[in-house]
Each structure stands twice: as structure tokens, then as C-alpha cells.
Design a protein around this ligand. Structure first.
Ligand code: ME8
Length: 645
């Protein structure tokens, strides 16, 4: 690892969350990784030394269960999945400096030493934990995180929407409660700790509600870092994982002190809104206990959604970035995610919008400008574009517009509102297009070759400025563009200062360039083709046909007094017999409305006990735009018991 700082005046350390290796990464995993890569590249463009860290979170019950499902040992399982992260990151030009795996021995040792230090200073004690646990989040839940929906059923975790599990075990606790006041003081003194700032309010109210001590070991699982001094426990996965931000840069290793001091505290830590509590409460408290400064900023982003739901491994509605990249090219996707997924909110992803933006922003607005300028200049033997002798008002105005744009762009980048920064840049792209159009260089070439050269020169300068600011987002495309403009590009040069000082007075050596972007045909929806979004987790037909879907007629509807949601239905399922099926539709239908209805049921689900009734199937319904489940009616001519296939 060549991790030491050079002679640059500034340094910038940025981290991504480390990803659970229970499945391959998806577009929602690419997104924070890209946010961090763009932050690092932007800082390199300002001449800073940068260090970007990413990696994988390999311990914990969730990963252990995924391994078991595959019939593999956890270590072999995580080893087999790590390339599924490294390869897409390479494909997407993610220039990370280090990829940490929490099973790396240096990390394991440093975490154990850290626990020993905290134990020695009295921050850790042993007691019994009893409470609810959210496996999908690997989180111990407070009362406020839970909703008891159905009597006799475990509560639902509001963190994930999944059912919580009861955990009762002896474990080691970290004295989180002792840090409550210091944390509140820190938030008060550092109102910019989190971007977007509104997120800090949620954190403050969580801490103000009172912090309980945090369990940092698990006794009932074995896949984790052995707890020092007590091998019957493993370290709680978050106490293990959060420390990756320190151990990756040498924390706990006497030989790497200089490196550690060079990079810590982190300048930026990128994370999704679902893991704010871990990063804005537990993590700062751990650091306070360790005697280390806190990170300078947390960048908290929203979710990429598909059809209104969070894209997630557990829902299986994921878009595979590898396939998407093959289909649309890497840089257009990088651009789209940075420009159109606003960090401050959730955003829906669909390929139609992606294609439209590629067509309009990239192919039309920017790509065409570059092409038209290059083709016109080269066709008229202006491969060498000299620095202009004198400049017209329009040229000076465009230069001034660039300087003004640069200020606005920098302001947005400094708060990591990339979507707004690139909107600012695109307004300048429009100005350059207007300039090129108004100056009519295709006419000038016939009447005034000197002025023609000036217009081409001004356009080249403007395109170079756009290219520099686009480089963090579309590095490969811009490097190609720079070759065609004869612009030498060396990472580490402070191009932003050069742009500020720039006077549009250099020369360019042009060469031909293939169109930078592909345009997509406007598509009419075609119901006969496969889905446009490449989806992982396709269901094999052999698996699908295992589901017994059949038509049934509702012959009786009884109220279940103990529940405000459920009716007990008697359903005539033809050859499948009469079934008792519970349906949670009381809020939406009267018994009379349901009587006699012929609809579709799943008949081979494992029977479930609900309010003392054994439900022997499930009625299929489709929720309408008002959130009301509607009935999918089977044609009256179809006899009860007919199987759907
Ligand atoms: O939480 N849109 O790992 P993880 C945007 N191991 N971001 C998304 C997303 C979506 N649809 N789905 C997931 C963990 N993410 C822990 C982190 S750090 C010390 C430990 C983001 O693989 C999510 O918000 O479940 C989170 O920031 C990151 O992917 C990792 O999620």
C-alpha cells in the first residue's frame, strides 16, 4: 500500500460503507461507491492527495446464514463473493486505494486490541441482553424501532420492515450511555457534521431520547471476530465493521502510525440513510472512547428505488450494474447516477429515463457540440488552433460565464450536491452551444478565417473547462476527449486553480474523435420483450411451477373479532377441497362484497396460525394507487380448482 502523503497541500480521505457479502452488489451498492469515487477525483482535480477506502463487511449472522443456505463454510463463501465486488468496481473505474475485508488478519487483530483498550479503561462490561434484533440490519432495536402489528407475532422492525427476532443472551456492553452528553455537545458545535443537514435533527432527537448501553458481542453465533479474553463470544458485527475506517489506514499497527496520522480523521464518510444511527451515534461514541477525533463529514444519501420500493438484495428487485454497464456504457451510467439521483432524497430508477438523459444531455447537448466543433475545424484544416490574438465581446462573455459557473459549481461540490453542481455545468454547456450557434463559424470559415479560428479557440477552451469538471464523473470519456483536443491531463495538478486563473489563451491540437455517446431510439413499450432492466435473481421455471396457484370461490366470510384486519374465508377450491383462508382485507371490504367472488389463491403455502385459525392458503390481490388491495377476478367460466399455469 503506497498510502503516504506526497507534497500536496491538502489531503482528502473518503470512505464508503463496507458491503455485506451476502449477495452480489447491485445499483444501490454502486451508488455510494460512486459518490466516494467522485469526491476523491474532485479533490484530486484540486491538487489534493486522496485516499479512498471501500471493502466488504464479512462477519455476522446475516452473512453466516447466507453461507449456510449455499451449503458453504462462511470463509469459503465470502472468499467466493469478494470478486463479485472488485470486478464491477474495476469496470466502473472506481479508483479506490484500498479494499478492506473484515476477515483480513490485520483488521481482526486491531479490533481485538481496540476492545482490550476499551475494557482496560472501563468502557466495556458484561451483562445479559434481552431484546429484539433486526437481522437484515444486524441491529439491536429500541422500543421506538418496533411495531407490534399482529398479536402473537413478533413485532416488525421499522428500520427494515422485516420481522424482529427475540435475543436473550449474556454479552459484553459498551457504555454508550456515558457518551450521551458529549455527543449532544458535539452535534451542537458541529451543525455541518451531516449532509444534508436535516438528517442531524433525527440523530439529535434519537440521542436526546436517551442512549442505552450497546451490546458489542454475540454468544449465539460463531461467525465473527473472537472476543478477546472470552472465546465463547464473537464481536458484534457493527463494532467490528465500523473500525474498518481506522484499521485500513494502519490503526493499531505501530509501524503505520505516520500513515494513520496522515489520513485520520476522515474528510468524508459516505453512507445510506438506513445506517445513520450506526455512523452518527455509535461510531462517534467509539471514537470518543478511543481518544480519536471524529470524521469531518458524513454524506447521507437516499435510496434508489424500483417501482416505488427500495432496491435491495432481500426484495430481489435489484439491477445488476455489470449488465447495465455492458448495455449503456460505464460513463453514461456514472453521469446519470450522479446527476439524477439527488443525494437528499430517494430516486426511482428506470432505463427509459436513463436513455432519455443519455440522448439529451450527453449525445445532444455535449457530444454534438464536441463533434460539430471538431468536424468543422478539421474539415477546414484547423488542426492547430492558435491562441487568439484579440477577442470579441461574445468570447469574453463566454469566458466570464465560465468563471461564474465555476464558482457556483464549486459551491455545490463543496456540499456534495453533485446533482446541482452538474445542473450548473449543464447550463454552461447550453451557453456554449448558444455561443457556437450565434457565431456561425460555418459561415465565418468562408468570409473571415481569423475570426473562425478565434471562435473555434473559444469553443475549445469552454469544452476543456467542461471536460475538467466532468472528469470526476466521466473519467474515461474525458480522457479520450482531451486526447482529441491535444490537452495534456496529469492527475494531481491543481486544475481548478488553473481554471480560475485561465484566460482562454492557450492553443490546441485537434484530432478526429468518434462520437462520445450512443443515442438510443425512443422506445414504444413492447409487452412481448423481456424486461429492459437486467434483473438478478430470475426465478427458474422449475421453481415457479412449484407454486400451486388455483381459482377458488369464496363461499363464506366470517369476522375475526380479535383482529381489526382479518376475515376468515371458506373457499371452494374444487379438487383441492374446501379451504379455510385468512385474508387481511377487513379495512377494505365488507363480508357481503367478498361473498361469491371467484379469484386466485396460493394453495401450497405452509399453513399459518392466525388468531387460533389455521390459514391454508393466500388470496392474491393487487394494490391500487390508493393503497387498496383489489380483487383479481377469474372469469366466471373457469371452474373452481382450475390451476393457473
Ligand atoms: O449496511 N439505494 O451493508 P449493506 C441506495 N455492512 N443505497 C443503497 C441501496 C439502495 N437501493 N441499497 C443499499 C451495510 N444501499 C453494512 C455497512 S459500514 C461500516 C457497514 C446502501 O450491504 C446502504 O444504504 O446492507 C448502505 O449505505 C450500503 O449500501 C451498504 O449496505
Amino acid at each position: 500500500m503506497a498510502n503516504n502523503k506526497t507534497t500536496a497541500l491538502c489531503s482528502f480521505y473518503v470512505t464508503t460503507p463496507i458491503y455485506y457479502v451476502n449477495a452480489k452488489p447491485h445499483l444501490g451498492s454502486l451508488y455510494p461507491t460512486l459518490l466516494a469515487d467522485v469526491a476523491a477525483r474532485w479533490n484530486r482535480l484540486k491538487g489534493c492527495d486522496t485516499f479512498m477506502l471501500t471493502g466488504t463487511d464479512e462477519h455476522g449472522q446475516k452473512v453466516a446464514e447466507a453461507a449456510e443456505k449455499m451449503g458453504m463454510q462462511p470463509q469459503a463463501f465470502v472468499d467466493s463473493l469478494v470478486p463479485a465486488f472488485k470486478e464491477p468496481w474495476k469496470q466502473y473505474n472506481i479508483a479506490y486505494n484500498h479494499f478492506i475485508r473484515t476477515t483480513d488478519q490485520y483488521h481482526v487483530k486491531a479490533v481485538q486490541d481496540w476492545i482490550v483498550q476499551l475494557q482496560k479503561q472501563g468502557d466495556i462490561y458484561k451483562a445479559t441482553y434481552e431484546g429484539w434484533y433486526d437481522l437484515s440490519q444486524e441491529a439491536f432495536l429500541t422500543e421506538k424501532d418496533l411495531e407490534f402489528r399482529e398479536p402473537g407475532e413478533p413485532p416488525v422492525s421499522l428500520m427494515s420492515g422485516n420481522k424482529a427476532r427475540w435475543v436473550s443472551e449474556e454479552c459484553y456492553f459498551f457504555k454508550l450511555s456515558a457518551y450521551q452528553d458529549r455527543l449532544l455537545k458535539f452535534y451542537k458545535e458541529n451543525p455541518d457534521f451531516i449532509t444534508p443537514p436535516e438528517r442531524l435533527n433525527e440523530v439529535i432527537s434519537f440521542v436526546e431520547n436517551g442512549l442505552k448501553d450497546l451490546s458489542i458481542s454475540r454468544k449465539t453465533i460463531t461467525w465473527g471476530i473472537p472476543f478477546p479474553g472470552d472465546p465463547s463470544h464473537v464481536t458484534y458485527v457493527w463494532a467490528d465493521a465500523l473500525n474498518n475506517y481506522l484499521t485500513a489506514i494502519g490503526f493499531g499497527d505501530k509501524n503505520r502510525t505516520e500513515e494513520f496520522n496522515t489520513w485520520w480523521p476522515a474528510d468524508l464518510q459516505v453512507l445510506g440513510k438506513d445506517i445513520v444511527r450506526f455512523h452518527a451515534v455509535y461510531w462517534p461514541a467509539f471514537l470518543m472512547a478511543t481518544g480519536l477525533p471524529l470524521p469531518r463529514k458524513l454524506l447521507v444519501h437516499g435510496w434508489i428505488r424500483i417501482n416505488g420500493e427500495k432496491m435491495s438484495k432481500s426484495l430481489g428487485n435489484v439491477v445488476d450494474p455489470v449488465e447495465l454497464g455492458k448495455q449503456y456504457g460505464i460513463d453514461p451510467i456514472r453521469y446519470y447516477l450522479m446527476r439524477y439521483v439527488a443525494i437528499s432524497q430517494d430516486s426511482s430508477f428506470n432505463t427509459e429515463d436513463l436513455e432519455n438523459r443519455i440522448n439529451t444531455d450527453l449525445a445532444n447537448d455535449f457530444g454534438n457540440l464536441v463533434n460539430r466543433m471538431l468536424t468543422l475545424a478539421l474539415k477546414n484544416n484547423l488542426a492547430h488552433v492558435p491562441a487568439p490574438w484579440h477577442r470579441h465581446d461574445a468570447d469574453v462573455q463566454l469566458q466570464n460565464a465560465m468563471h461564474k459557473m465555476l464558482e457556483d459549481f464549486e459551491r455545490e461540490m463543496s456540499r456534495y450536491y453533485y446533482h446541482q453542481a452538474y445542473a450548473v455545468l449543464w447550463r454552461f454547456v447550453a451557453s456554449v452551444n448558444r455561443y457556437f450557434h450565434d457565431q456561425e463559424p460555418w459561415k465565418l470559415v468562408k468570409t473571415d478565417t481569423e475570426r473562425f479560428a478565434e471562435v473555434i479557440s473559444t469553443t475549445c477552451h469552454a469544452i476543456k473547462a467542461i471536460g475538467l469538471l466532468l472528469w470526476p464523473v466521466m473519467p474515461a470519456t474525458i480522457e479520450k476527449l482531451f486526447k482529441a483536443l491535444g490537452v495534456e491531463f496529469t492527475e494531481g495538478t491543481n486544475y481548478i486553480t488553473l481554471l480560475h486563473e485561465g484566460k482562454f489563451n492557450t492553443d490546441f491540437t485537434l484530432s478526429p474523435l468518434e462520437p462520445l455517446f450512443t443515442k438510443y431510439e425512443e422506445k414504444k413499450p413492447d409487452m412481448t420483450t423481456t424486461p429492459e432492466i437486467p434483473v438478478q435473481n430470475y426465478l427458474a421455471i422449475e421453481d415457479f411451477i412449484k407454486t400451486e396457484l388455483a381459482v377458488g370461490t369464496i363461499t363464506a366470510v366470517e369476522d375475526v373479532a380479535k383482529s381489526d384486519k382479518i376475515y376468515k374465508l371458506t373457499v371452494d377450491c374444487g379438487t383441492y377441497g374446501l379451504r379455510t383462508i385468512c385474508a387481511g382485507v377487513k379495512k377494505f371490504y365488507t363480508p357481503e362484497e367478498l361473498m361469491g367472488i371467484k379469484t386466485v389463491f396460493v394453495l401450497n403455502l405452509k399453513p399459518r396460525e392466525l388468531f387460533g385459525i389455521t390459514s391454508q392458503g393466500m388470496m392474491l390481490m393487487a394494490t391500487n394507487s390508493d393503497g387498496k388491495p383489489t380483487i383479481v377476478r377469474a372469469d366466471e367460466s373457469v371452474p373452481a380448482g382450475t390451476k393457473l399455469k
